[in-house]
Design a protein around this ligand. Structure first.
Ligand code: ZN
Ligand code: ZN
Length: 322
């Protein structure tokens, strides 16, 4: 089950030569979820090979640099004759803002657009995962970060032991792996716990949007595989970060360390760092080593941790040699 982050725009406030404004695509096994849609996002999607056949855009907040690309993207989708529903999600105020956006510059939207205002903690549940919004701290506005949280996966099936116990490969293995006891021809009843290990955690990816460092992010990101945290400024502009509701690289790293995440990706850089994020990254790494700076077009695969060769590769059903 693939899970990949695509950084479409990594600049704060305005585009630069090197960077477009905020947008991130999270692609899970062919399904694309877009987080924010700054100016120029649709062109970045084309350049990065992100499908326009997406059905969900999640907004962290409604500052223009996270939003204005929606007009162009929806317009293109309308021109392409889209018929499927597009769902737009965001914090309080989403309906008012996004209704205006969806009517602006679109002569005739020929597909349904649903706009939903979420509360912090209100899960959007899908097959195998949920998107969970959490409140962040950005100039007093209603602003979210989002966590993609996968469900637990089944425990590992032990094929060697199954053979040893004389359980024929095939449907019985599948039943056991799905948690059902089976009765063999000789009358023995085999409980699944004999052959299947404990459930294994799914993956977690957390995106902050614009924010000061907050405890809510630490809580949401606890144990995450990847935390994508804004880092608009370097230490030298610490005060400005506080004044404008943003974070420095070091502050993002402190959040990552407190949350015990595996990796930290910094994004949303002020124009003055557009070409050179090295100060920011160095300051962050002093606190949290596993830190990198995003750049436009960067792709990051998020594998399962400690995944050896398992039956998982067979869509959860044990392999059969028949
Ligand atoms: Zn921003
Ligand atoms: Zn903002």
């Amino acid at each position: 089950m693939s899970l990949t982050l695509h950084f479409l725009g990594t600049s704060a406030a305005r585009p630069t030569i090197e960077r477009g404004v905020s947008s991130i695509a999270l692609v899970r096994e062919g399904e694309t979820l877009l987080f924010d849609c700054g100016e120029g996002t649709q062109r970045q999607m084309m350049r990065c090979g992100i499908s326009f056949a997406l059905n969900d855009i999640f907004f962290t907040h409604f500052h223009g640099d996270h939003l204005i690309g929606t007009i162009g993207l929806l317009r293109t989708l309308a021109l392409q004759g889209r018929t499927e529903t597009m769902r737009l999600w965001g914090p309080r105020g989403a309906k008012r803002v996004l209704r205006a956006v969806t009517h602006f510059g679109v002569d005739r939207i020929n597909f349904p657009v649903e706009i939903a205002e979420l509360e912090p903690g209100e899960r959007v549940t899908r097959d195998g995962y949920a998107i969970v919004p959490f409140a962040v701290d950005h100039r007093g506005s209603a602003a979210f970060g989002y966590a993609l949280v996968e469900e637990e996966r089944r425990g590992r099936f032990n094929p060697d032991l199954a053979r040893e116990l004389g359980i024929p490969e095939g449907p019985l293995w599948g039943r056991l792996h799905r948690g059902m006891a089976v009765t063999l021809d000789d009358g023995r009843v085999i409980e699944p716990s004999v052959l299947v290990g404990p459930p294994r955690p799914g993956r977690k990816v957390v995106l902050t949007g614009d924010t000061r460092p907050t405890q809510t992010t630490v809580d949401a990101a606890r144990g995450a595989d990847v935390l994508v945290h804004e880092a608009t400024f370097a230490d030298e502009e610490q005060e400005r970060a506080a004044e404008t509701g943003h974070s420095t690289g070091r502050e993002a790293a402190e959040v990552a360390r407190a949350a015990g995440v595996r990796r930290l990706v910094l994004t949303h850089f002020s124009a003055r760092y557009s070409r050179d994020t090295s100060d920011l990254v160095r300051e962050a790494r002093a606190v949290f080593e596993e830190t990198i700076a995003a750049r436009d077009g960067m792709v990051m695969d998020i594998p399962y941790v400690n995944e050896g060769t398992t039956v998982e590769a067979h869509h959860g059903a044990p392999p059969s040699n028949t």
